[in-house]
Design a protein around this ligand. Structure first.
Ligand code: SAM
Ligand code: FES
Length: 319
């Protein structure tokens, strides 16, 4: 694709986003509440076999404290993200969800805690969770095998996504750009799958190697490729909620601004306590690990303004 085609694609994507969401950018407060994980995805810094990962879990009180602080700062969506940590049983998760729901009835609660039984998803939903992020990672079988050990399967991942939709969640799928083994053909399958699933959200960020993983020596994805895919996905799913991710901001100092100017309309500042941020090291050199939540949100608001958009403090539901 030459420069003119890239510009044209971006302009089209921005026009579509403008027609649906105007100049609004939605903020989601990300709470990375555990980095214990039973899975062993080859790309991921908190995979089970990474002996160098310093493991942590937030207490229920700490999670609720993050939400309190987030609410004060203007967040109306909380995203609870973590590895697949069996310590957080369904009972514990439901108790946490119910507490957040009762403390902040006007907020959306998003979960991103991996693959569960449909019955568990239903329990979280009934406890008050509204949205669920579960990237499909790749829609191509052979590529899925390249990224994950034998015990995981694309079929199961897809089943989870359909189950979540069926229950009534706003659902987010997505993938990394430039992951090892990704080709134009696998990307084509990703887009086909997104068109079929019609998720409410799509998380797209570059793959960034993490030194203690099997993919530590692989090349990472690029900002240019990520931004192009953001535009394509905006055109494919005009109403989609599309974050300009921290990973994009990590490989390019103004990556998130570029994402917003290519069709993205969500940013996800970190609300996790400062002490644990560095430990949620999915990839190397992750940004925003040294700041307080209040500093993060101020910095992001400035970035959003510099891209010509406005941060809005509401739930930012799918339209
Ligand atoms: N355990 C949950 C799950 O599997 O959906 C949520 C946590 S998981 C760490 C969140 C996302 O981080 C994954 O879906 C993956 O796309 C992304 N991720 C993991 N390792 C990464 C890396 N090295 N570079 C960029 N993104 C990465
Ligand atoms: Fe479980 Fe990455 S391997 S969160």
């Amino acid at each position: 694709m030459d420069g003119n085609e890239g510009d044209y694609l971006r302009q089209r994507a921005v026009a579509v986003r403008q027609a649906v969401y105007g100049r609004d950018v939605f903020i989601r407060g990300l709470i990375e509440f555990t980095n214990f994980c039973r899975n062993n995805c080859y790309y991921c810094g908190i995979r089970r076999d990474n002996r160098h990962a310093a493991r942590y879990r937030l207490t229920e009180e700490e999670i609720l404290g993050c939400c309190r602080e987030g609410y004060r700062l203007g967040f109306r969506t909380f995203v609870l993200q973590g590895g697949e940590d069996e310590y957080f049983t369904d009972e514990k998760m439901c108790r946490i969800i119910r507490s957040i729901r009762s403390n902040h009835p006007d907020c959306a609660i998003t979960l991103s805690i991996g693959e569960k039984e449909a019955a568990s998803y239903k329990r979280y939903f009934d406890a008050g969770a509204d949205r669920y992020l579960l990237r499909h990672e790749t829609a191509n079988e052979a590529h899925y095998r390249r990224l994950h050990p034998e015990e995981m399967s694309l079929r199961r991942r897809k089943e989870c996504l359909y189950a979540l939709k069926e229950i009534g969640y706003q659902v987010g799928a997505g993938f990394m750009t430039g992951s090892p083994g990704q080709t134009v053909d696998t990307l084509y399958e990703d887009l086909q799958f997104l068109r079929e699933l019609e998720p409410h959200m799509v998380g797209i960020g570059p793959f960034i190697p993490q030194r203690d993983t099997p993919f530590g020596g692989e090349p990472g994805g690029t900002a240019a490729m990520t931004v192009t895919l953001l535009s394509i996905i905006r055109l494919l799913l005009p109403r989609v909620l599309l974050p300009a991710t921290t990973a994009l901001g990590t490989i390019d100092a103004i990556g998130r601004e570029k994402g917003l100017m290519a069709g993205a309309n969500v940013v996800m500042p970190n609300l996790s306590p400062k002490e644990v941020r560095k430990k949620y090291a999915l990839y190397d050199a992750k940004i925003c690990t040294g700041e307080e939540a209040a500093e993060c949100i101020e910095c992001l608001k400035k970035r959003v303004r510099s891209a010509g958009y406005t941060v809005v403090c509401d739930r930012g539901d799918y339209r």
